[in-house]
Design a protein around this ligand. Structure first.
Ligand SMILES: *Cc1c(COP(=O)(O)O)cnc(C)c1O
Length: 395
């Protein structure tokens, strides 16, 4: 019998999670683990967090009934508009929480990893807001394909350091950030950008992002008379926007969960990031989870057209949702996702991030009933991806 799909006191979601870390990192993680719940439940902390979410991020974000989309697919579709958050995606909910935590831990220097640059921008933003030194690690390949976000980080006063090992993408940037933290354990806090990494990160980030699901409950109650939709649907890279939306529904099995992963060029092509479907149990960046690996345990390089989804692992919460079948996992190719970027733009006047576009492609994969209520997490806006869309469609 499964009592909860949420984390247990040891930092596990079923078989997944934990903290598999080198001894050199132990002091940092232990400091966080023993203090995060206490700090994050203090009244003063919560007030400061909620005030910033409201005044600075622009929360609550709307829950928008997408009428034309609903008509086209003969079902009821709501969009949780995280694309309207300051800096253009859900990532800032987490960075606000972690910067407030870092301040209370007495930290004076922030490091972070970034793939598409959205988490780097969200981190550089809160560091500027608080006047704290900020160093962002980013793969050299990502630096060249996400130039507008690199410019934004620099404008905000962050130092962007290239990761030049491996595939020179997100996983390599994460390795560099971990190395930095081991060398600077006292004054530095590492702001991880998704529900990945050693415990307590997945739980901490899920809690900060759970404002998304909590707002949906309130909003849906007012709009539909019930706080429970039939489906909650989100794209999954590391899994933080999905975790935020799913959080209050995890143990309510009347609400079905759909996780959408990036199939890249197709799950059988070797150019994919469909981590759950292709992954095997293993350890990456301090967490036991599902990850793409060769038969002898070497991590396989992931691929997706969207820089925010090409991570070879997935958060332990999602690995457990997959294994227990609490969540349905659907993978979407580059081609299908790109088409949905255009569809949502033309049907609703909303240009989504390519990551987000993956989620909507579920509408072509699965049949929903006329009075089903679907809530999609519209995780981010497409400004950062305009060049990719324009090249792709030759607009
Ligand atoms: C980073 C990002 C994602 C993927 O990260 P998760 O942690 O899985 O949410 C999805 N959408 C957008 C817009 C992003 O910036």
């Amino acid at each position: 019998m499964i009592n909860t799909y949420n984390v247990n006191e040891k930092g596990y979601y079923g078989d997944f999670g934990g903290a598999y870390i080198p001894e050199m990192m132990y002091a940092n993680i232990e400091e966080l683990r023993t203090k995060y719940l206490k700090i994050c439940s203090e009244e003063k902390f919560l007030k400061e967090f909620n005030d910033l979410l409201k005044q600075y991020v622009g929360r609550p974000t709307p829950l928008y009934y997408a009428e034309r989309l609903s008509l086209n697919y003969n079902t009821k579709i709501y969009l949780k508009r995280e694309d309207l958050c300051h800096t253009g995606a859900h990532k800032i909910n987490n960075t606000i929480g972690q910067i407030l935590l870092a301040k209370r831990l007495g930290k004076t220097r922030i490091i972070a990893e970034t793939g598409a640059g959205q988490h780097g921008v969200a981190t550089a933003t809160v560091c500027a807001l608080m006047g704290i030194k900020c160093i962002i690690y980013m793969g050299e390949v990502d630096i060249s394909r996400q130039a507008p976000n690199v410019a934004r980080m620099k404008m905000l006063g962050a130092e962007v350091k290239p990761a030049i090992s491996g595939s020179k993408t997100l996983k390599d940037a994460t390795n560099e950030a971990i190395r930095d933290w081991i060398n600077n354990p006292i004054d530095t806090h590492y702001i991880i950008g998704s529900v990945v990494g050693p415990h307590p990160y997945p739980d901490m980030v899920a809690r900060f992002q759970s404002v998304i699901g909590d707002e949906v409950m309130d909003q849906l109650k007012k709009m539909e008379g019930s706080e429970n939709p039939n489906y909650v649907i989100a794209c999954v890279g590391g899994g933080s926007n999905a975790a935020g939306l799913f959080y209050p529904y995890l143990d309510n099995e009347n609400v079905k969960i759909i996780c959408v992963e990036a199939a890249g060029k197709g799950i059988d092509t070797g150019k994919s990031a469909a981590t759950s479907i292709l992954g095997k149990e293993g350890i990456i960046h301090g967490s036991k989870t599902l990850l793409m690996q060769s038969f002898d345990g070497q991590i396989t390089e992931p691929y997706s057209i969207s820089a925010g989804l090409d991570y070879p692992g997935v958060g332990p919460m999602h690995a457990n949702l997959y294994k227990t079948k609490r969540g349905e996992f659907i993978s979407i190719t580059d081609k299908e996702a790109m088409q949905w970027g255009l569809n949502l733009s033309r049907l609703e006047g909303i240009i989504p991030a390519i990551e987000t576009s993956h989620a909507f492609a579920v509408l072509d994969k699965k049949k929903f009933k006329k009075d089903d209520i679907l809530v999609f997490n519209c995780s981010g806006r497409g400004d950062k991806d305009l060049d990719t869309y324009i090249d792709y469609f030759k607009l």
